[in-house]
Design a protein around this ligand. Sequence first.
Ligand SMILES: [Zn+2]
Length: 93
Amino acid sequence: MSDTVTEPTFAPTIAPTIAPAETPAESPSRPVSDDGDHDRYSHYARKDDVTRAYVTGEAIVALCGKKWVPTRDPKNYPVCPTCKERKEAGWRI
Ligand SMILES: [Zn+2]
C-alpha cells in the first residue's frame, strides 16, 4: 500500500496577473523569475505531499520537477504539459 501516485493533484500557486494595456511590456526594474509560466498550470504530485503542503504551506516537487506550493483551488488552471506527458509515459514521483 505504498502507491500514492494515482490521483492527479491540481495545484497552481498564483493567479495569472493581467497588466493594464498602457503598461510597457518590459520593465527594467521588474524582477525576473524563471518559473512564472509554471505557476499558471496545475501539476501532478504525490497525494501525501500535497496533503502535507496544505497543512504546512511548504513547497513540494511536482512530477515535472517544478517546486511549488499547492492550493486547494486548482480547477481554473490547465494541467502542466510536462506533468501530463510524464504521467502518461509512466513516470512516478
Ligand atoms: Zn508540472
